[in-house]
Design a protein around this ligand. Structure first.
Ligand SMILES: [Zn+2]
Ligand SMILES: [Zn+2]
Length: 263
């Protein structure tokens, strides 16, 4: 009987380890004294990062992984705090690629959250196609890559509640409560795709930026995304703008969080 119980414990703990979800809190801080903290929860989906920005009464989701990621995103947010999932009001998609927009429509169906995208990628969202542009050194690749990847990496079509056209869109427009701890804006940073977006947040003295595939995090350092882009000159320009802003923390679409300075 003892042996049986021991085996049961081992099996249970193995199962628990396998089933436990691994959301990572990449930022948690009080933006103002005596206010509840702001949390950024990173969900590492199969291909990319999705981030939940969790305030006391409202959650935003930035990116949604591929078409299967919704289950993991839901589970990991609920594991952090069931209320954070229930209070999801907005899904901000950084760009119309299958690994970022893939579960947006499913999550919208589950939560009734509004989807915010940039109008520059509307054509791809509404057809569920991934337009990767071209490989940096091989501009000719677009003619071959685009049709192949469009065929392979489709996602459920996304119909946004808001198609942004502005260069900057104030977060106040979508904040439902005065107690949301961070201020900020959604930022148009075209290049990787015509409608690429970032989310910039100020929490007290700390400035955070979620920048999709315009950048990557490599070994704790910020790097320009060098694989695919619609317009490489534009992407280079965005990278300069990003460097100029001197953000404290950058959350890329792929790779780890970049800490740029310590305060
Ligand atoms: Zn990506
Ligand atoms: Zn991308």
């Amino acid at each position: 009987m003892k042996r049986f119980l021991l085996n049961l414990m081992i099996v249970t703990s193995l199962l628990f380890t396998t089933l436990t979800v691994f959301a990572e809190v990449v930022f948690r801080q009080q933006c103002k004294l005596e206010e509840p903290p702001l949390t950024v929860l990173r969900v590492k989906t199969a291909y990319s990062n999705a981030y939940a920005i969790i305030g006391p009464v409202q959650t935003f989701l930035v990116d949604t992984g591929d078409s299967r990621s919704w289950r993991q995103i839901k589970a990991e947010i609920e594991e952090f705090n069931p209320l954070a999932w229930e209070q999801l009001t907005h899904i901000i998609i950084t760009h119309a690629h299958f690994d970022h927009a893939g579960s947006a429509t499913r999550i919208q169906e589950l939560t009734n959250a509004d989807i915010i995208t940039h109008a520059g990628d509307a054509y791809s969202y509404e057809r569920g196609i991934t337009d990767v542009g071209n490989i940096r050194q091989w501009p000719w690749s677009e003619a071959i890559l685009v049709p192949v990847i469009q065929g392979l990496f489709r996602f459920k079509r996304v119909f946004s509640n808001t198609y942004l056209e502005e260069a900057e869109y104030d977060l106040e427009n979508i904040v439902v409560s005065e107690s949301f701890p961070a201020k900020g804006y959604i930022w148009h940073i075209p290049g990787h795709t015509p409608g690429s977006l970032g989310l910039v947040l100020a929490c007290g003295e700390t400035r955070l930026a979620l920048l999709g595939d315009t950048v990557v995090g490599e070994n704790g350092k910020l790097a320009k995304q060098m694989s695919f882009a619609h317009d490489w000159d534009l992407l280079d320009e965005q990278y300069e703008r990003i460097i100029d802003k001197d953000f404290d923390l950058i959350f890329p679409g792929h790779g780890n969080t970049v800490f740029r300075r310590q305060k």
